[in-house]
Ligand binder design. Structure first.
Ligand code: CA
Length: 226
């Protein structure tokens, strides 16, 4: 398995790369955000990226946003020294698959790596979800509308996935909140409508509908359900 390690701390980077190599990984190491962005946009393929957030020249969140904006679904685990909720949220929102707070045990990193790459590659079992020309691939976490990739935050993705699992079925706000609570953050009471608004802005409003007092559904608009 080929990994890209993005870490500006020489001691952490060196020991992590050595540890990963001893585990049989091919680990490439770059020390700043611009170098990471250059490697990741060069067409080289990695099975996963370990990405520090606090980086010189270009921040980790920016590197990640740029990667996802190119439609690249390579699994990314964010490494952050700061145990701040805001950092984890920013990483996940920018498209990270998981995060680890430094210092972490190598065993934990290896377990997370296995999990994200299994989700990424082995997701063949989970079918692509689709209504009309809107598609969501749970395995690669790619969303397309009319064949064009659309970049969603982690929460927007989770929300859309919940709706597309049962096209046409009304899903209540409480059910949707349950899906998003998995990210470990307190939700504002209007969070779901805010995320729905975002989804409509990114994907178009014609396939995402609100049924007042009941919830939301994805699919062609049903007549008489104003
Ligand atoms: Ca750093």
């Amino acid at each position: 398995m080929r990994l890209l390690l993005v870490e500006d701390d020489a001691m952490i980077g060196d020991s992590l790369r050595e540890a990963l190599r001893r585990q049989g990984f091919a680990a490439d190491w770059v020390r700043d955000g611009q170098a990471a962005d250059a490697v990741l946009s060069s067409g080289e393929r990695f099975d996963a990226v370990l990405l520090d957030l606090g980086l010189p020249r270009l921040g980790g969140v920016e590197v990640l946003r740029a990667l996802r904006a190119r439609g690249d679904a390579t699994p990314v685990i964010v490494l952050t020294a700061r145990d701040a909720l805001a950092d984890k949220v920013a990483g996940l929102d920018a498209g990270a698959d998981d995060y680890l707070v430094k210092p972490f045990e190598l065993d934990e990193l290896l377990a997370r790596l296995r999990a994200v790459t299994r989700r990424h590659q082995g997701g063949r079992a989970s079918p692509v979800l689709q209504v009309a020309d809107l598609k969501l691939d749970p395995a690669t976490r790619e969303v397309t509308r009319a064949g064009r990739p659309v970049l969603l935050s982690a929460r927007e993705f989770a929300l859309l996935e919940a709706l597309l699992e049962r096209p046409g079925a009304i899903v209540s706000r409480a059910q949707l909140e349950d899906r998003l609570y998995g990210w470990g953050e307190e939700l504002e009471s209007n969070a779901i409508s805010v995320y729905m608004h975002q989804l409509r802005k990114k994907l178009g409003a014609d396939l995402l509908h609100t049924v007042r007092g009941l919830g939301y559904y994805a699919g062609p608009e049903k007549g008489g359900m104003a």
